[in-house]
Each structure stands twice: as C-alpha cells, then as structure tokens.
Ligand binder design. Structure first.
Ligand code: 5AD
Length: 319
C-alpha cells in the first residue's frame, strides 16, 4: 500500500514536469526581487512583518535607492523586477507611480508589483505608469481560515481585487500557502482549482513556515512533499502559468528544494537583490534563504534547463 502511494506521487510530479515541458519549454525565467519595505499595516497571523510584531527593525528604501537597484538588476540581464513590501501606505499612489515609471524609463524590464491590497484606483494608476504584473496571493480559499489568519481582511475583497487587476490588463498572479494550521487536503484542492478558474498568469505556492515572533510560532511547518504535490497539481491544471520554485519551499530543503520544485512543474526562480542590511530584517518566516543570481543560474543549469533571455511575459492568450 505504501509503495503504491509512493509510485503515485512520483507519477504526479513527473506528469507535472511533462506538462511544464510541453507548455513552457525548458526555459526558466528569472525575476529579480527587491523587498523595499518591511512595514505592514496588516496583522496576518503567520507573517513576521505583521503590524503587531515589535521584535523587528523596520526599514523603508528611498525611491531613488529602489530605482537605482532596479537599473543594476536589469543590467545583469534579469528582465523582470519584482517590487515587494508589506502593505505599506507610507508609499503613496504618486510616489509608487514615480518609482514605476522611472524603472520603466531606465530599463527594458517588466515590473511586477507585490504590495498588497490598496484602493482600486491605485491599481489603475500603477498600470498607467507602466507596471506590467501584479501578485496578490489568495493565501487560502477556506473562508473561516482566511478570516482567522487575516484580521480585518476578507476573502471576498481579495478575490474582487484579483478580478479587477485582471480586468484592467495586469498579468495577474495568485497562489496559496500549504500546511497552514487546520487546513485540509480538500482546502488545498480548492486552492489549486481557483488558480485554474481565475486562469492566473502566475502563481506562487509555498509551505507555511513558522516565524518566531508571530502567534503561529509553535505550529509545525508545512510538509515539503505535500507542497511539491500541490505545485504539481497547479502545473497540470493551469498548463502554461508561470510557477516559481518559491523561496519558502527551498527554505525547507536548502540542499535541493529549488531543484525539486523545478522538476515538479516550476519554471520561474526569483533571486533576491534586496541589500543585505535590509534583507536580514525582511523576516516573513524563519530561516528564509537569500538566493543570489549566481546561485539561481547554477540551479537552472543543474536542472538541465536554460535561462530565458526574454521578459517572460504571460503565456496565456488574452482576447
Ligand atoms: N510561511 C510561508 N509563507 C509566508 N508568507 C508570509 N508569511 C509566511 C509564512 N510564515 C507568504 C505569503 C505572502 C508572501 C509574500 O509570503 O504567501 O503572500
């Protein structure tokens, strides 16, 4: 019985790898991430950046610093810049638009935003300033669990924003956390089905990892093999969505996590360009890996794949 289960699991991961090859070829896309602020107005129970965490040194990068870093990243041949932060309203619509348009003027790179929930007209303004993509993970589709984990937020609003982002022409990414306390396998199946239903351009799937200064500090981490299976299912169902080998997944298996993800459906990897002095305080979860561009390239070649030279835009055909 155990053996059969094992064979089935291998089949699932291999099927995902074949699906990836058929729809995404052997190219792996690099996305250079800048974690530009660890301030957050939300209080998500699992996240180390949560508002109520007093045991963290907060930082904000200056607009000029962010743009300068983006230019350096693009000069190294990384053609997508991901700007990520906590939900930090210190950066106004105007200041973010300026950052986006300057990066677009100075580089040929795509700009992806991962800055959480904002008033809807902010998204339109970001789009008008040249932002190409938006990442907003739904985290979990279980409404009760969502409510407990995200005080003051609601799932309906999150999904509404995702639809809106799609409507105004962003390439949209969602995704979920695997192994949250009290999450069932059925919940995970629903998460993956949502990615198909939303027809997402991209999706990030990673395990829950406890962070010591959060209310979930003592909870067990998500299971690595289960996370790989959820990733594989996402590949099989979404076919050509861009799916990163997430840092969270790799943080659970520092030796071969990225590699295993790339062989289970993933086709994207995200080296971290946040300056080290800030990066040490971007503690979403404990023991987070700091992936260099050099290491990312080594992993791609070890996986027998090639580095994409393009921007790695969505493979979805939109009307
Ligand atoms: N474990 C795993 N992933 C986490 N995230 C935040 N906190 C954790 C955690 N403790 C993820 C969320 C968020 C992304 C930036 O990091 O999915 O969208």
């Amino acid at each position: 019985m155990e053996k059969e289960t094992f064979i089935f699991e291998q089949d699932l991961l291999q099927m995902a790898d074949r699906t990836r090859k058929k729809f995404c070829k052997d190219e792996v896309h690099l996305r250079g991430i800048i974690e530009f602020s660890n301030y957050c107005s939300r209080d998500c129970l699992y996240c180390g950046l949560r508002r109520d965490n007093k045991n963290i040194t907060r930082y904000r990068m200056k607009p000029g610093e962010i743009v300068g870093l983006a230019v350096k990243i693009a000069a190294q041949g990384v053609n997508t810049i991901v700007l990520q932060s906590g939900d930090d309203f210190y950066y106004t619509q105007k200041s973010l638009c300026k950052i986006i348009s300057q990066i677009k003027q100075k580089t040929g790179a795509a700009v992806t935003l991962s800055i959480g929930e904002r008033p809807l007209d902010d998204y339109q303004a970001f789009k008008d300033s040249g932002a190409d993509r938006y990442l907003l993970k739904h985290e979990t589709l279980n409404p009760a669990l969502y409510r407990i984990l995200h005080p003051g937020q609601n799932l309906k609003q999150r999904l509404k924003i995702l639809e809106y982002l799609k409507k105004i022409g962003f390439q949209v990414g969602s995704g979920n956390i695997v192994g949250l306390p009290n999450q069932s396998i059925k919940d995970l199946m629903r998460d993956v089905l949502l990615l198909k239903e939303l027809d997402v351009d991209m999706a990030g799937i990673g395990p829950f990892i406890p962070q010591k200064d959060t209310p979930l500090a003592d909870q067990p981490p998500g299971d690595l093999d289960l996370t790989l299976k959820v990733l594989a299912m996402a590949r099989i169902l979404t076919k050509n969505a861009h799916l990163p080998a997430t840092t969270a997944l790799a943080s659970l298996d520092r030796e071969s996590g990225y590699l295993r993800a790339l062989k289970s459906g993933a086709n994207v990897i995200m080296p971290d360009f946040t300056p080290a002095s800030y990066q040490i305080n971007y503690r979403i979860y404990d023991n987070k890996i700091d992936l260099s561009l050099k290491k990312a390239k080594q992993i791609i070649s070890k996986a027998g794949r090639t580095i994409s030279r393009g921007r790695g835009d969505s493979l979805k055909k939109r009307p």
